[in-house]
Write a protein that binds this ligand. Structure first.
Ligand code: SF4
Length: 317
């Protein structure tokens, strides 16, 4: 077995036997501010007090200094341990935690204390639960609605693979935005997202729109994993066929040497091309840049999404 930092081995036991992929130096166009502002520290303290997990920390998101300075944290419900083992993801994997029945109320308390106008709720995969955790999402949405009725809610859910009725239950709770990330092109699923199925994820997005055509849908991709530009364009077409409103595209960054290697640092002008192409294909909104993440600037993006739909509707009146 290769040497692996103890913390990485504990977080990713299924990856411990893999050969190392050396971490590459980031190019000049990827620079982030170091965390440490008073607001960052206050956000971290609140999350600890309420025993909440965030994807910002668990996924080692590069934007945490910027987002938490504005108290924008993305809460990760259903525990801190994921039942999948995707090759790109820094969230710990293994035997999942027992569900915390108070988590929905704690999330609602955090939303109130942070004063969020828009909140993003995501989760680990819970293949071990009969409903994949759908009921916990529903309870969390309801708790936020009760405590902060003016806060808009975005959910970023797992794929609910083989969990009959899960998507329907979450949509019935009426989040404002339903996000599910396709993450990469179908050719790379067996190595990057081996527990998932591309067409099942696409079908989820189509199903949300089928149940509630008024609900905004959103999906994201990481690039720099070895995909071709034409494959990204094809995924855009697939998303549009599923009536997805909003696409996000960002650079994949490798969390540890045990994770998938970066094939390429995609240059900024290629992100600009992706944005133009997405707009041309009819997405209401496209956020494409090296540091774009699903929940980055989600509040502002939601306002832009609503405005874009209004503008589209105005053309038909
Ligand atoms: S981009 Fe999303 S995951 Fe990253 S720090 Fe901001 S809110 Fe958290």
């Amino acid at each position: 077995m290769n040497d692996i930092p103890k913390s990485a081995a504990l977080r990713h036991p299924e990856k411990a036997h893999r050969p190392d992929n050396p971490i590459q130096r980031k190019p000049d166009w990827i620079r982030v501010k170091a965390p440490g502002s008073p607001e960052y520290l206050a956000t971290r303290t609140l999350m600890r007090e309420l025993k909440l997990n965030t994807v910002c920390e668990e996924a080692a998101c590069p934007n945490i200094g910027e987002c938490w300075k504005q108290k924008h944290a993305t809460v990760m419900i259903l525990g801190a341990t994921c039942t999948r083992a995707c090759a790109f993801c820094n969230v710990a994997t293994g035997k999942p935690d027992k569900l915390d029945p108070h988590e929905p109320e704690h999330v609602a308390t955090a939303v109130g204390k942070l004063g969020l106008h828009h909140v993003v709720i995501t989760s680990v995969d819970r293949d071990d639960l009969d409903d994949g955790g759908a009921d916990h999402f529903v309870r969390t949405i309801k708790a936020i609605r009760a405590a902060a009725p003016n806060t808009t809610i975005e959910v970023l859910t797992p794929d609910f693979l083989r969990k009959t009725g899960a998507i329907e239950a979450v949509v019935a709770a009426r989040p404002d935005v339903y996000n599910h990330n396709l993450e990469t092109v179908p050719r790379l699923y067996p190595t990057i997202r081996p527990g998932a199925r591309y067409f099942a994820s696409l079908q989820l997005l189509a199903r949300v729109k089928q149940i509630d055509p008024s609900m905004f849908t959103k999906s994201g991709l990481m690039v720099g994993l070895g995909e071709q530009v034409g494959e990204i364009h094809q995924v855009m077409d697939d998303m549009r066929a599923a009536d997805v409103d909003f696409i996000t595209i960002g650079q994949y960054l490798q969390p540890t040497p045990k994770h998938a290697a970066i094939a390429e640092f995609v240059p900024p002008d290629q992100f600009a091309e992706y944005k133009r192409t997405a707009q041309g294909k009819g997405f209401l909104l496209a956020a494409c840049s090296p540091l774009t993440r699903s929940s980055h600037h989600a509040g502002e993006d939601f306002a832009n999404l609503r405005a874009a739909r209004e503008a589209e509707l105005a053309k038909t009146r």
